[in-house]
Design a protein around this ligand. Structure first.
Ligand SMILES: [Zn+2]
Length: 278
């Protein structure tokens, strides 16, 4: 699908759509031609997440009982909102509208997703329009799923990244320094801005020891602060790491999900040749 998703800056508030806001927004999506055409309004589509200038709209749907309705120049849907003082167009607003209106489509896409861009926390997820960007990518294949130990919450600083971490060798020490530096350098940032999300590489601590520790690090180098749920999950991860090595990756599909998908990158020609002889 063609789209133009522009992430919001951190100052944009993530809307909570109450009855009144929904009513206002529903009215904006229809009969808008006199208001939009020739204006300099900023518009957005809550089906594909694109934002665009009013002048980009070229297709209109004629209505029997009123003025024409705008169609999105990117996906062609009649789901176009425009800026109002009360509810300015933002990617966070479009994300909220999408999950509200296209909830079943969203759930289906989420269920099949094998790629999700990085995000940290719920607000970041909405502001970056991740709901539009998660996809069933031909480059990745899901090979397993593990559960995460979510108790303790993100604010519990004493919680270890993984219960095997403390058993790691002394080489772990520089990691601790690096982490302390990162924490110093990001003072004042909301706590949630550091949580990992999306596609993550797996870092093993104390490899070869009886109980190695696992850390999941996303594309922005944020570390997932939750350990695996239990022995069964650790065993499955170990088995899949033995099979797939560094091609195995973690995938957190949405914020605070208690399940972590395990996917394998398929674009390594050597590996595909090895396992799938033609
Ligand atoms: Zn669209």
């Amino acid at each position: 699908m063609k789209r133009n998703i522009v992430p919001d800056n951190a100052a944009v508030s993530v809307p909570c759509l109450d009855y009144k806001a929904r009513h206002v927004l529903n009215r904006l999506t229809a009969y808008g031609r006199p208001m939009i055409e020739g204006s300099s309004l900023r518009c957005g589509c809550f089906h594909c997440g694109s934002t665009f200038a009013a002048s980009e709209i070229t297709d209109w749907m004629s209505e029997e009982d009123g003025a024409d309705t705008a169609l999105c120049p990117y996906c062609g849907c009649d789901t176009v909102l425009y800026d109002t003082e009360e509810l300015p167009v933002s990617t966070a607003l479009l994300s909220s509208m999408y999950t509200d209106w296209f909830g079943s489509e969203y759930r289906e896409r989420k269920k099949a997703a094998t790629y999700v861009p990085p995000f940290s926390g719920y607000d970041d997820y909405q502001r970056r329009g991740i709901v539009f960007l998660l996809e069933e990518s031909p480059l990745y294949q899901q090979v397993g799923e593990v559960e995460l130990w979510r108790f303790g919450g993100v604010d519990d600083r004493d919680w270890p990244a993984d219960d095997g971490r403390s058993a790691g060798d002394p080489d772990d020490a520089p990691d601790e320094d690096a982490r302390a530096e990162e924490e110093d350098g990001s003072k004042g940032e909301p706590e949630e801005d550091k949580e990992a999300g999306g596609l993550m590489r797996i870092v093993i601590h104390g490899e070869g020891s009886a109980s190695p520790g696992y850390e999941f690090v996303d594309e922005r180098d944020h570390v997932l602060p939750y350990p695996l749920w239990g022995q069964r999950d650790r065993r499955l991860l170990r088995e899949l790491l033995d099979t797939y090595g560094s091609r195995l990756m973690g995938l957190l599909v949405e914020p605070y999900d208690s399940k972590l998908r395990l996917v394998v990158k398929l674009d390594d020609p050597d590996w595909i040749g090895e396992d799938y002889p033609e």
